[in-house]
Design a protein around this ligand. Sequence first.
Ligand SMILES: C[S@@+](CC[C@H](N)C(=O)[O-])C[C@H]1O[C@@H](n2cnc3c(N)ncnc32)[C@H](O)[C@@H]1O
Length: 262
Amino acid sequence: MFFQGKQKSPIAWLGGKSRLATEIVQRMPEHHTYCEPFCGAAWVFFRKQESRVEILNDINRDLVNLFRCIKHHLPALVDQFKWMLVAREQFDVFMATPAETLTDIQRAARFYYLNKTAFGAKVKSPTFGVAASQPPRLNLLRIEEDFSAAHLSLHRVQIENRPYAQVIDRIDRPDTLFYIDPPYWDCESDYGTGIFSKTDFIALAAQLADIKGKFILSLNDTLGVREVFSAFQFTEVRTRYSISAAAKREVGEVLISNFTPA
Ligand SMILES: C[S@@+](CC[C@H](N)C(=O)[O-])C[C@H]1O[C@@H](n2cnc3c(N)ncnc32)[C@H](O)[C@@H]1O
């Protein structure tokens, strides 16, 4: 069994669980199939031990395309970064190029470049980030190693691009474990408009009440979350938001589950 435990996600992502991943992994029960219906940068997936069957899903087409290209087109993707520089001009060229006009590999390179060079890895309206205190997050000399490491974790994963409810429905079995990481309460439109709303929390709670498998769900600790998911078990954890220097403060998070975590 290949141990993924020391891996990192290749990208930074708003709400990414780099700081909480180890705590979540420690609480995971035995399972056969592992599924993240809101995978984002999939920090938890990259930190955990490989499961027999693995499914990553997100509604963001660019993100899913990057994971697919790392899985299927590793050398061609690495090639896209030959002779590239970390420069505002390149950032502006990518920003001005509509993703729909590009091939999947070019699109993945554009998405990765913008993710690594944007201030705070912002998903909506990214701006080029320059800092006097630290080098850029895009290390062009390490692209091959970084993508190769991610490729090792992703090579057997099934990567989906569907609304979360369809994936939960399709993958649910008694031996499935879902790690569920939706947008935070009161931040429903952080990843785009019209893809998630408050009513989705209610629909998600109803869907999870009926599944055969197990789940761990992470959210910010708010009254609304406590109320909507009151049928399940709550564990409080402390973490710090992983993105945006201004937001490096401790926040209360809860892990919600339909079993008693280890
Ligand atoms: C909090 S982030 C996940 C972060 C991830 N766990 C990580 O470590 O990077 C939430 C993700 O949910 C995705 N999302 C939002 N609405 C969705 C929907 N209706 N179906 C599937 N994914 C959705 C967003 O694109 C975003 O990547």
